[in-house]
Design a protein around this ligand. Sequence first.
Ligand code: ADP
Length: 681
Amino acid sequence: MSLSFPHPAEPGADPFSHWPWRRWRQAWRRWSLWSLLVILVISMLVTMVWLAGRYEASQVQDKLERDAINATGDIRVALNRNLQDLQALNTADDDIAAWKVRAAGVLQVRRELMRIEWRSADLRLRAHAETPYRSINWGDHSLLPESSLTCTHARRLNGPSYSPSHFQLLGEGLGTETMDVCLPQTHNGHLVGYVIGTYSLQGILMSQVGKTLPRTQEVSFTEPDGTRLALLGAAWRGSRMFTSQQLLDLPGNTLVLRMDSWHRAPSVFPNVMTALVTLMSIALVSVVVVLVRDNRRRLRAERDLGDALAFRKAMEDSLVTGMRARDLQGHITYVNPGFCNMVGFTAEELLGLNVAPYWPPELAEEYIQRRDHRISGASPPPREGHESVFMRKDGTRFPVLVFEAPLINAQGMHTGWMSAFVDISEQRRMEELSRASQERLQATARLATVGEMASLLSHELTQPLAAISSYATGSLNMLSHTPPPAHALQQQDLRRAMEHIGAQAERAGRVIKSVRDFVRRRDQSRELISAAELFEAVQPLVNLQARKLGVQVRIEVEPQLPPVLCDPTMVEQVLLNLARNGMQAMDSLQVPARVLALRARHNESYGQRWVEFSVADCGVGIPPEVAEQLFTPFFTTRAEGMGLGLSLCRTVVEQHGGHLVHRPNNPQGTEFVFTLPAHGE
Ligand code: ADP
């Protein structure tokens, strides 16, 4: 897997330029989709519940229809059977008493029949029998007009005919709906009379439907227009009613059998299927809720990620440090704008390249080797980074500090290398400036030292010059004698005088040379030099002051000391400064024995070999309050001092890789010790 970074310098590819608008649009689309889904799910669930309810209702309705059809069938069968019974009453004999007995038998069995009449062909009453179950006042036994119409109809049909229902008082304000059936009696094809049966509609219902009628049902006879005639079953009224109506089509009359059933319709789980559907709906709604929550979490994570990405991008773009990623084959996979600005190439020009165009051609070979070495994983990159030289697009070179680190992806796999670059040209320029000013400062300090030594110099030079002058005068005197001195002794004196002149002149010349060498400003140059040579170089100048102050100078150099690689002028200046400070510290009445010891010896510390130089005096020592500020520039306790000596000494020693410390000397005074790396390390 390779890490992909947003393309930093692609024109117009800023992914966040229309951020709020895009975000808004995306959010709107997402929300509308979710709302649609929720609406669809809810409507589907409602439909399913509704359908389940309807299915259940249709089941109830079907059952009711069946019950009503069965009841109608039963009633029809019963009426027909009754007709047979009534028919059977008509026998050949005209015995009224026997008829009454038979009719009473029929009434005994058929409870719905309330009365049976035997009428002659002209509708006169011949006999009648009444139900033994009720006592009813039937009045004057005259035939009702509708009953006579029914009989006329029956006669026409030559079969039974039913009359429309009519109300029959039962006494005490009560009454019941009744219906007559008229059955013509024929004998040898001639009408001989009629049998009229009177039914109680209520009775029909009771005898035919009553036994099987469930508690939740109500059955009734109604007129086709809905007028209720008879009713059975005081039904318990639930909140939902089912109704079924069946026509009871009788000759001469049509009744409607109406069945009403009440149900617990609004109960939440009317049956297993509805319960199942409801349960599934709840599960579905729960899943949708969980999905919505999950989606909200995702959205939040997406937003956070977007913010983090925008923050990272802003950070990368504003970085001054150059960033570059390479894959394991060495191809550039990413550069940030900082890097592009640094080298002057655009990201398009750099991405995918194996040999970078910002490598100076003369160094490319070396860089390729270094890169291959790094890619091979032979050695880890140095933590403190390494310096390199890059080339801008215009060809100018500049130094960079490079920090490298392996790129590890989320699976812990090494996918390439990430490097950070810091342009250190400015730093280099400042270092150069500070080095130059340091050098100037040191030269100034040397001149100041010479200025201080001017009187000593003049004193030192007057001696050889006076000697030269007196030897020269003596020699001239000898030469002014005529004839010229022939005596060998005189010639010997003259030669000695000349030798002295030569020696003194050489001495004066040496003093001047040492001063000139010391003052002359040179570029820094490192050379191998032994400790003895360094001491030798400063000795004439040290001696100048030592003689004046009556100080005895001791030089001790350990045998077989390795040479040191240093800038001799600088180190000489350090030695001279320390020696001068030591001698000045001994310029006091409290110091009886004035000895300045210059030593050089071996030292091994920090796993390295050093040459340790020490300048020890027997002076007044350094009080703690002075020790605190000893190396602070311009700190001095002397009226004519500049306070630069020790700070310069420490800078010089540290520039050479060593360090400078001081400690009390035994029995009194101070010892300044500094180290320089021994050559060969
Ligand atoms: P300067 O010699 O111009 O005063 P330095 O930096 O060489 O400046 O010394 C700073 C101060 O440190 C001196 O003024 C002196 O007080 C103190 N000092 C330096 N060397 C010694 C020493 N060997 N013994 C006592 N005091 C010292």
